[in-house]
Design a protein around this ligand. Structure first.
Ligand SMILES: [Zn+2]
Length: 343
C-alpha cells in the first residue's frame, strides 16, 4: 500500500487542496466555463431566474473583467482582487436567452466561437466555406468520403484515416480557391448533413448582436478538433483562419480556448503555433485558480449543463470540486504506476 501513502502526501502537498486552502480567495483568478444555461427539461423562465440569482451573487463576490481587461492583466499577472472571467464555449443558441441577464449585472462574457459550425449555421453564406466543409468532415460519423482533385491527389478518409485525410485537404485547399471549389463540388451531401450538425449554434448575425451587447469573441478553432497530433499546416489553419475571420468581423481576437480542453490536447507544439498566430493566451478546462505563468494553458472551472441550485453553483465557483478532481488524477497516475499493489 506504498502508493496509498504517497497519494495522501501528494494530494495535500501539490494539488487543489493547496490551491483551495492556501491561496487566499482574494488573490484567486477565477474563470468559469459555461456551455449551456438550462438543465434538461428546465423552462426558459425558471432558468433565467436561476441565472439572475447566480449573476447577482457573482457580481457581489467577484471583480468581473471582460476579455480585453483580462488579457491586459496577463503579461504582468497583476489582477484586481477576486478577478472573475465568464467564458462560454461553442456559441449555442441558449446564450441568446440569457445574455440580457448577464448584462443587467454588468457582466460581459467572452464567447469562444467554433468557426466552421457558425459558418454552417449561417444561411446567409452563399455556399459552403472551406471552414464549414472541414468541420463537416471532422464530425461526420460515416467516413466514406473519397475525394479526387485535378492535380491527381486522392483522399480516401476511410483507408487513409480522418486525421491524415483532412490534413491533406487543408494543405491543398487553404490557399487555393480552385481546389476549395473542387472540394465543394464533391461534397454533394453537404447541406443536409451540415444542417443536422449545426442547427443549435448561433449564426454570424446573432453573434454580431451579442457583440453589440458587449460580448467579446474568442477563437475555439475552425473545426473543433483535438489539436495535439495534427500537422503544423492543419494547426496553422485552425489557429490563423479562425482568428483572421473573427478580427474581420469583430475587430479583435486575443483569446483562444482549446476544444475539449483536456491536458492531452495541448503541448509545446500547439503552444508555439498559437503564439505565432498572434494569440495572447489559451484556456484549457482543468480546474484551478493559479496561472503559474502558463499563459497558454490557463485553467477554467467547468460549470456542468445542469439545473444547479444556488449552493452547489457557489460551491463549484469557489473551487469545492478541485481537491476531488486532483485527488482522482493523482490516484489514476499512482494506480497506473503500481497496478497490482492493491491486490
Ligand atoms: Zn467546445
Amino acid at each position: 500500500m506504498h502508493w496509498l501513502k504517497q497519494l495522501g502526501v501528494r494530494t495535500i502537498a501539490t494539488t487543489g487542496v493547496q490551491r483551495l486552502f492556501m491561496t487566499p480567495f482574494e488573490s484567486q483568478v477565477t474563470s468559469l466555463l459555461f456551455h449551456r444555461f438550462f438543465g434538461p427539461g428546465e423552462s426558459v423562465s425558471c432558468g433565467r431566474e436561476r441565472i439572475r440569482k447566480m449573476c447577482g451573487w457573482l457580481s457581489q463576490k467577484f471583480t468581473v473583467l471582460n476579455a480585453d481587461q483580462f488579457a491586459d492583466c496577463l503579461p504582468t499577472q497583476e489582477f484586481p482582487e477576486r478577478t472573475l472571467l465568464i467564458t462560454i464555449d461553442d456559441a449555442h443558441k441558449e446564450v441568446l436567452d440569457v445574455i440580457d441577464v448577464f448584462q443587467q449585472f454588468g457582466i460581459s462574457p467572452v464567447v469562444f466561437v467554433p468557426l466552421g459550425w457558425i459558418d454552417s449555421a449561417s444561411s446567409q453564406q452563399p455556399e459552403p466555406t472551406l471552414a464549414a466543409m472541414v468541420t463537416l468532415l471532422e464530425h461526420s460519423d460515416d467516413c466514406h468520403w473519397k475525394l479526387e482533385f485535378s492535380n491527381g491527389v486522392c483522399v480516401d478518409l476511410k483507408s487513409q484515416g480522418r486525421l491524415s485525410g483532412i490534413d491533406t485537404i487543408v494543405e491543398l485547399c487553404a490557399n487555393s480557391e480552385g481546389f476549395t471549389a473542387e472540394l465543394r463540388n464533391q461534397l454533394t451531401e453537404f447541406d443536409a448533413k451540415s444542417r443536422d450538425l449545426t442547427s443549435e449554434f448561433c449564426t454570424w448575425h446573432e453573434l454580431q448582436s451579442l457583440h453589440q451587447m458587449g460580448v467579446s469573441m474568442g477563437s475555439h478553432s475552425v473545426s473543433h478538433c483535438r489539436m495535439a497530433g495534427h500537422s503544423a499546416g492543419r494547426l496553422r489553419y485552425e489557429f490563423e483562419e479562425s482568428r483572421r475571420v473573427l478580427i474581420q468581423r469583430f475587430g479583435t481576437c486575443r483569446l483562444f480556448a482549446y476544444p475539449y480542453g483536456t491536458r492531452d490536447v495541448h503541448d509545446a507544439h500547439t503552444e508555439k503555433l498559437l503564439h505565432a498566430a498572434g494569440y495572447d493566451n489559451a484556456f484549457l478546462v482543468h480546474a484551478g485558480f493559479g496561472l503559474n505563468g502558463k499563459r497558454f494553458a490557463l485553467p477554467r472551472v467547468d460549470i456542468p449543463d445542469l439545473e444547479l441550485n444556488d449552493r452547489l453553483f457557489r460551491a463549484l465557483s469557489v473551487g469545492a470540486q478541485i481537491p476531488l478532481i486532483h485527488s482522482k488524477n493523482v490516484f489514476r497516475k499512482e494506480h497506473r504506476r503500481h497496478p497490482k499493489s492493491d491486490q
